[in-house]
Design a protein around this ligand. Structure first.
Ligand code: PMV
Length: 336
């Protein structure tokens, strides 16, 4: 039997305006904007062959970091089943999926964005064969697997969710905003300061659902819509101070929403706060335009343009590293 193989890489992304709260089939309650990263990625190998015995179903085996993984396999099977209308080309195939992450398994970096987008790109490789994959379709299908994965399809910066000033924006898929942004934002670094490597106590899935009964939900969605429109202008004009204000306010609002949901919870750790305080102090002392953001977890993403890189490297070594789990941080950059 002939078998074929497709290999795809897809990066992680870090949201500046956050997606937090959804409805229906993975539709966002507000638009979001993110940087697409370079060094944190998933590489997925998809082997496939015709299944002569069962022509009506999809059979799959899933290996993560070289080991068979039943939990991921079940998740992918459910995804393919729930969205079978888009995957008729997989019927009657046997799939062998092998996935690895470039970042350490226990680093606490969100992997659903990179892993689900890499998987979708592989699956669409079967449909498109040697032709170019339709990236809008890839983003749409990635969104159905994990909302934030829709944004990983495009390099540099993406926007997902309808917003008035971008007529091609959509709740169904992300769009690239790389062509709009000032070159300074294409030079951005993201130094990911690993505070904890433990699995999150509350998953993003639960976090999104707590927004359905959150008393501040409507205010939050209105703020995020305004931040999206403001950030688009800031990205175009290269306004670094405006960028800092929105990035940090969004990170804090996300974690405030967690603290004020019912039940409430907190993902920040004491070292998260210590690192944040030092970043703010360093900015005051040096006037360098560095800032932080947080994902749904305790790790701090330190964001800065390339012209700050030398100063920030010493700052991390001298002042931040000792607050990191096993002195670990990951150097990443916006992908171009
Ligand atoms: O894509 P999900 O369902 O894992 O949600 C991601 C939510 C945040 O990472 C907190 C924010 C975002 O927009 O990426």
């Amino acid at each position: 039997m002939n078998s074929s193989q497709i290999i795809k890489r897809s990066p992680s992304n870090i949201a500046i305006v956050k997606y937090w709260g959804k409805h229906d089939n993975q539709l966002p309650n507000n638009p979001s904007i993110s940087f697409t990263l370079s060094n944190c990625y998933t590489e997925t190998k998809l082997g496939y062959e015709i299944n002569d015995i069962d022509k009506d179903n999809i059979h799959l085996d899933f290996y993560f970091e070289g080991k068979e993984n039943e939990k991921f396999k079940t998740k992918i099977e459910k995804y393919l089943h729930d969205n079978e209308e888009y995957f008729s080309f997989l019927k009657g195939l046997k799939l062998r999926i092998e996935s690895t992450n470039s970042f350490p398994h226990s680093s606490g970096i969100a992997s659903s964005a990179s892993s689900m987008s890499a998987l979708v790109l592989c699956l669409l490789g079967i449909k498109y064969k040697d032709a170019e994959i339709n990236l809008q379709e890839a983003s749409f299908l990635s969104r159905l697997a994990s909302g934030s994965a829709s944004r990983s399809i495009f390099p540099t910066m993406s926007l997902w969710g309808e917003t008035p000033s971008l007529p091609n924006s959509s709740d169904e898929y992300a769009v690239s905003i790389a062509d709009l942004v000032d070159p300074v934002f294409k030079s951005y670094h993201d130094s990911i300061l690993i505070v904890s490597s433990e699995e999150k106590s509350v998953s993003s899935r639960v976090g999104h659902s707590l927004m359905n009964s959150h008393p501040q939900a409507q205010e939050r969605y209105a703020t995020a819509r305004k931040n999206t429109e403001d950030l688009l202008k800031i990205l175009q004009s290269g306004d670094l101070e405006g960028f800092i204000n929105i990035a940090e306010a969004e990170a804090n609002q996300l974690h405030d929403l967690m603290a004020t949901s019912t039940p409430s919870y907190t993902l920040k750790k004491p070292n998260t706060i210590k690192i944040i305080e030092k970043i703010v102090q360093f900015r005051k002392d040096t006037s360098l335009p560095i800032c932080y953001t947080l994902d749904a977890g305790p790790n701090v993403h330190l964001l800065y343009p390339d012209f700050c890189a030398q100063d920030v490297k010493s700052f991390i070594n001298d002042e931040l590293k000792n607050h990191c789990f096993e002195n670990k941080w990951i150097e990443d950059k916006v992908s171009i």
